[in-house]
Design a binder for this molecule. Structure first.
Ligand SMILES: [Fe+2]
Ligand SMILES: [Fe+2]
Length: 178
């Protein structure tokens, strides 16, 4: 351990890069358990897709009850969750996995739930619950990725920060409602 060099020498790095070039971004230095990472990212993808659907439903229903500012917030969140879904799917492909967009089982793979909610307040509360679930599950995933897959971790940290903003937005909306 004492004599272990901090960096791999250039010759070894170059040799390793030439082997299995079909693996693209996944090099021999990738120390994470790729299958588990892809499985977790697919759960995050399902979570985002369920959130898109729930926010879309809430957007159209809120627009129907003339709550324009709340509806606009729902739509913005829906679009941002769609962006997160795309980022995650892209990363799964980079890891030589396949993004799961199958509607069958979507809710089972998702950590967040799909609750329609009858009133505007119900909708906001359900969205807030879903955001809080996403926040906790992404935080756990990031701990798991750690230094073994810093790229997935950084991506999900960015998404996590946005879910925290979403939760904050929803709390403010709830406060203005009461
Ligand atoms: Fe999201
Ligand atoms: Fe969110």
């Amino acid at each position: 351990m004492a004599n272990k060099p901090f960096l791999t020498d250039i010759k070894t790095l170059r040799e390793r890069a030439r082997k299995h070039i079909e693996n693209g971004a996944v090099t021999e230095g990738y120390t994470a358990d790729r299958e588990t990472v892809v499985k977790l990212l697919n759960e995050a993808l399902a979570t985002e897709l369920v959130c898109v659907l729930r926010y879309k439903r809430h957007y159209f229903m809120a627009a129907g009850i003339n709550a324009e500012s709340v509806a606009a917030e729902f739509l913005q969140h829906a679009n941002e969750e769609q962006g997160h879904a795309d980022q995650i799917a892209q990363r799964i492909v980079q890891l030589k996995g396949a993004p799961n967009f199958n509607p069958e089982g979507l809710l089972t793979r998702s950590h967040a739930e799909y609750v329609e909610g009858d009133t505007l307040t119900d909708m906001i509360k359900e969205d807030l619950v879903a955001e809080r679930i996403a926040i906790d599950s992404y935080r756990e995933m990031n701990t798991y990725f750690g230094n073994d897959d810093p790229t997935s971790r950084r991506m999900l940290e960015g998404i996590l920060a946005m879910e925290e903003e979403h939760a904050e937005d929803l709390v403010s909306l709830l406060e203005t409602m009461s």
